[in-house]
Design a protein around this ligand. Sequence first.
Ligand code: NG1
Ligand code: ZN
Length: 521
Amino acid sequence: MPTDVLLQLNTYPLREGLKPTYGTAGFRSVADLLPSTVFRCGALMALRAGALRQVTGIVITASHNPEQDNGVKLVDPSGNMLDSQWENMADALAQATTAEQALREVELIKQTWAVGTGGTVMVAHDTRSSALDLCKAAAAGISAVGGTPEPALLLTTPQLHWMVARRNCCLPFSEVDYFQTLLGAFEQLRSSHCPSAKAQALVVDAANGVGAPKLAEAAGRLSDLGLNINVINSGTSGALNAGCGADFVQKEQARPAGFESIPSGMRCASMDGDADRLVYFVMRKSGHAQLFDGDRIAVLAATLLDRILHERPGADASVRMGIVQTAYANGSSTRYVRSRLTECEVVMTPTGVKHLHHAAAAFDIGIYYEANGHGTILFKPSFLKTLTEGSGGWRTEMGLLSQVMNQAVGDALSGLLLVEYALCRLGWGLAQWTDLYTDLPSRQLKVAVPNRAAFTTTDAETRLMTPRGLQCQVEAEVAKVSQGRCFVRPSGTEDVVRVYAEAENQIAADQLAKAVASLVS
Ligand code: NG1
Ligand code: ZN
């Protein structure tokens, strides 16, 4: 067997000089450079499945990155992202410069985890043209260590995470089950709590990605409930994530491609290339997209859940609810939760769902959303169990919400259903949602640098440790600006350093971001 593995490893050599690194959400790069990394990730996830005697997963996607990039997201048996302990093994295996060295890493994993042979790995991919070759590389890696690759399916990232989690709990896990669970629960919520909700239209930017066909599948059932979804950027004309998608709308706050004929004032939403992020927006006549970002979705969710908890009999029995944010959360959203949603705690973590998810799991109800719309709500299993121990409207409502929300990982479809339900349950339009608080003007910039690894951070990524002296210079710029806040961190998904600035007005936020970007470059 080792010689077979060696032979296979030699078929997928690591390009000289490359040092793939597990980033914010797995490995990502230009697609041509990935076969070796994907093969080795296949082997790793098969060994993880073998070690735990459960099914694991792999998604071939580069999410919001352009079409020419690709990547690999690794899914643990729980449906969450790969356990952080294994990230180091993933790095060591992906970075092994020769097949012999990679084989030694494989053997080391086998010894450390007492795993004889690989287990079953579910594989999914997005719409990128490089997907099928990389799926083949993943399957070869899985098979090389004696694992079983499942046939690769065109799925959103959150669908595969959901399926892996369900399968390991011996629950129905097909794509049909996924839609039935989320949409079925949404239908019940709508008919019980908003039976006479007005018909609504929603225009969704699907980023020319895998979310388009998947949302189209859900749209028929949603229109029966009076939610009429018009999917734009469905992959027939424009390119993946090109001038569109959740990342574009959130960062540029401008009209996405394909929306030229959408009238201002319409309710719109945008998902990213693998449909794990969602933001809402409304085009204004100025061409500015008024954004309802992940922070605002989290606050809406907390308001809904707070209402449900207060309506229950014996409302004083404590249920611990929290919102998890990152440094990218708009300062106004944090202030709003702290001052107005006083029963909801706020926790800050570094960027990346792997950190937020973990922190949210500590609460009975943990709401986590990154500003870019990547997030979900977690209901602690022990809390869910208390819901089944009695009867009552609020218990059923909570239980149904826990099914609408994909609890394995952030999911644009769950986010959409959550927002639509929350607005109709609270009897709100977009105006009430807007009025909760006013975002502080902000600006995000990407700066290309020769070596982003030279930038290291501390304090949940809010302060730079290296390059030495740079943090003091950033603080000197911040001190010049009223209500200024600014931080710099290396991206874990793109070859850039990100600068985020917030200030009292847009001009000051723009100037602060620009000044700090010039310090960085
Ligand atoms: P990086 O590139 O590490 O900033 C981006 C997002 C994360 C997360 C990941 C995974 C921003 C500022 N960063 O990470 O929040 O969503 O992609 O997709 O949006
Ligand atoms: Zn994504």
